[in-house]
Design a protein around this ligand. Sequence first.
Ligand code: ATP
Ligand code: MG
Length: 338
Amino acid sequence: MNTDNSNVRTILTGDRPTGRLHLGHFVGSLKSRVQLQEKHRQFILVADMQALTDNNGNPAKVRENVLEVVTDYLAVGIDPQRTTICLQSALPAISELAMLYLNFTTVARLERNPTIRSEIVHRGFERSVPAGFLCYPVSQAADITAFDADLVPVGEDQAPLIELANEIVTRVNNQSGKSTLKNMEGLYSETPRLPGVDGKSKMSKSSSNSITLGSSPEEIRAAVRQMYTDPKHIRVSDPGTVEGNVVFSFLDAFDQDKNEVDALKEHYRAGGLGDMVLKRRLEDLLQSLLEPIREQRKRFAADPEYVLSVLRTGTEKSRDVTSETLCRVRKDLGHFIL
Ligand code: ATP
Ligand code: MG
């Protein structure tokens, strides 16, 4: 790789191994990761330590999903020759950095974070939120900075976490008086927040509102059929609402023919266009998008040894990178190093 080319950015992204990856991941970040790996230095972290912050009672779920997530990466075209895929729990330097960074923010700041606040409500934690969960944005700051990443392709829910990570970077640099850590920017796709099929919240693994990348044709059909549209659009002739209508959010995300989607929206608003016509169009699009991914997925799932070797090789490479960062941070901050 040509690292002296100034256009080459270092990218860190990742996913929690809490379930199979879904269409929200595909449009929110996987698609751009496949393109970014062509020109940049990309690391993808399987965030199993972070997954435990709200799944501490269910380590089997996290363990079982590690290779599933790596299989999803390979199925969509993440190329291990171009992208380093690694496992968070096997990179202790990240945990050490997180421990140091905890002192560069406050409990009040973490409690104010809008993403954390809504996730706490969604999970029903109230005051029994695990300390690890409240602090996971700090561990995410450690993930990003451990790789000296300056570009982070993520969904919209991550924006407040990037802001916090940049605050930590600034505080560390102010204290060291050097450019110890790099600031980073989030890279948001055209669809930074794909709704779930029920239309209530973003599509996510922890709500049962997703269409996973390995879905069978029948599962895709059933999910599209149950998609939330406009409850007031009862007869075909009724005028319908496009905003908040999940089928239109999906057409915006997956239909390449933007002019046709605009025409469909206009027709729907005026009345005379039935939900079934739209759902059939969307189903065809999703069936053809997911068919090759599902086939590739099956191929990789049949070879777990290969999937494991990809993760092992990437993690070994990442161990050197992250340890070097930890040493630099501790040295610049003037810590005692034995
Ligand atoms: P969980 O419910 O366990 O939090 P998740 O579905 O939210 O799982 P994550 O592993 O937390 O998935 O997120 C991984 C990445 O995918 C993040 O960058 C996140 O912003 C992005 N992402 C997740 N869901 C969506 C979505 N519905 N639309 C766009 N991007 C998404
Ligand atoms: Mg999430």
